[in-house]
Design a protein around this ligand. Structure first.
Ligand code: HEC
Length: 203
């Protein structure tokens, strides 16, 4: 587990440590890590299940609309962190809304490098500012199912699927991936005030 808590530690500590029993920065980032793991694992599972079901029921072209986080009601099922922002980001996006922020881009580039050199792919927790803590975890292209829509055009992505993808995403940049590639990251942004309240209530 890499923990990148550099620039805003003092500000966060200033905000959260003024009452003695407020949670420490370590407690806040630990909670972001466990909760980020939980949220991203659930999201991945739900999305994978949805995709497989859509493909088996009506085929790959029909399923194109199911690799989409917007359709996931998963945050509703979590007792904690209703205001956490769940998204995906990538260096080669299909949907422009998944363009990485500056911080996400750095994390993605680090994961891409690690993947090449056999380095660390474990989740990252980073304090963004006094209000937000980011959790990120890599998404690898780890199943042949993904190649139906992210693999080589025509040999792996069928012409009718390609057509549907190109209609929906004219600037698509998420084809021609190989098994094992870095496809992106899960990114969960937590609200520091919410993490703080949660920890204070369970203490
Ligand atoms: C049926 C087609 C299809 C399959 C199969 C599929 N995807 Fe996607 N994928 C898409 C589409 C379409 C988008 C854009 C979704 C959106 O608009 O949010 C996308 C977006 C993504 C993104 C977000 C980044 C971006 O490019 O916008 C990731 C990450 C991703 N897919 C990973 C995977 C992985 C991993 C698998 C295999 C488990 C997979 N996909 C299987 C069609 C597919």
């Amino acid at each position: 587990m890499r923990l990148l808590i550099i620039p805003f530690v003092l500000i966060v500590m200033g905000c959260t440590n003024n009452k003695g029993n407020d949670p420490s920065i370590d407690e806040l980032t630990a909670l972001a890590r466990t909760s980020g793991d939980e949220i991203s694992t659930l999201a991945q599972k739900t999305l994978g299940g949805q995709l497989k079901q859509a493909i088996s029921e009506q085929g790959v072209t029909y399923a194109v609309e199911f690799c989409n986080v917007a359709a996931l009601p998963i945050l509703d099922s979590l007792e904690f962190a209703p205001n956490a922002i769940l998204k995906r980001a990538s260096l080669r996006v299909r949907n422009e809304k998944d363009e990485p922020t500056k911080v996400e881009r750095v994390i993605l580039e680090q994961y891409a490098q690690s993947l090449e050199s056999g380095g660390d792919l474990s989740p990252v927790v980073e304090v963004l500012n006094e209000r937000e803590i980011l959790y990120a975890k890599p998404i690898l292209l780890d199943s042949p199912v993904c190649l139906n829509c992210h693999g080589q055009a025509v040999s792996q992505v069928a012409p009718e699927t390609l057509k549907s993808i190109q209609q929906l995403y004219p600037n698509d940049n998420a084809l021609n991936h190989k098994m094992g590639d870095l496809r992106g990251i899960w990114s969960v942004t937590f609200d520091v005030a919410e993490l703080t309240n949660y920890l204070k209530n369970i203490k």
